[in-house]
Design a binder for this molecule. Structure first.
Ligand SMILES: CC(C)(COP(=O)(O)OP(=O)(O)OC[C@H]1O[C@@H](n2cnc3c(N)ncnc32)[C@H](O)[C@@H]1OP(=O)(O)O)[C@@H](O)C(=O)NCCC(=O)NCCS
Length: 152
């Protein structure tokens, strides 16, 4: 089986509420990481049509603070798949309703999710990049996958 990268894209929108706050009054980093993990899980589910566990999170970068009252969009996008693993780029954007321009991401990370059936890592469908942007992401994902493989 084969999926297009765009088919597996997942988006979650949320209002940041006082319960998401850290002691400084900004949004707690752990709340954002929870949102990212859930979005990565949905992206993985769309691709493999089954369970997946988080095996790894790389390069999590908090670029800008997020505030209580902000409406955020978390986007998960597959970049590359191995045999049983799926690499997913997850970004969080703060919506700016005064502009049509997509804001820069406030937070980014790469998740590796592994498809599990009966407790065993299991083959996932192949992934097909179509647009030039998807081809660039796929090449980046393959490079990261091979770098991580070389470490183990
Ligand atoms: C992820 C896990 C299933 C991998 O098990 P494993 O015995 O190493 O399995 P394998 O060696 O067959 O590897 C399976 C895939 O995971 C990848 N993988 C394993 N460890 C990895 C790591 N640390 N980083 C990135 N990828 C990893 C392998 O490269 C392989 O990918 P591929 O099939 O696409 O080539 C296992 O380590 C695990 O269950 N971890 C805990 C997951 C968890 O509880 N997450 C939190 C809650 S969801």
């Amino acid at each position: 089986m084969v999926n297009n990268i765009s088919f597996t894209r997942a988006e979650t929108c949320m209002v940041m509420e006082p319960r998401h706050s850290n002691i400084m009054g900004n949004v707690h980093g752990g709340e954002l990481m929870n949102l990212m993990d859930n979005t990565a899980g949905i992206t993985a589910f769309k691709h493999c049509k089954g369970d997946a566990v988080t095996a790894r999170v790389d390069e999590i970068v908090f670029l800008k603070p997020i505030h209580i009252g902000d409406i955020v969009t978390c986007v998960g996008q597959l970049t590359y798949v191995g045999r049983s693993s799926m690499q997913i780029m997850v970004s969080i954007y703060v919506n700016d309703f005064s502009s049509d321009v997509m804001p820069e991401a406030s937070l980014k990370a790469f998740f590796t999710m592994v498809h599990i059936v009966d407790g065993v890592p299991t083959q996932v469908p192949r992934l097909v990049p179509k647009t030039p942007e998807e081809h660039a992401l796929y090449a980046l994902g393959e490079k990261k996958y091979l770098e991580i493989k070389a470490k183990y």
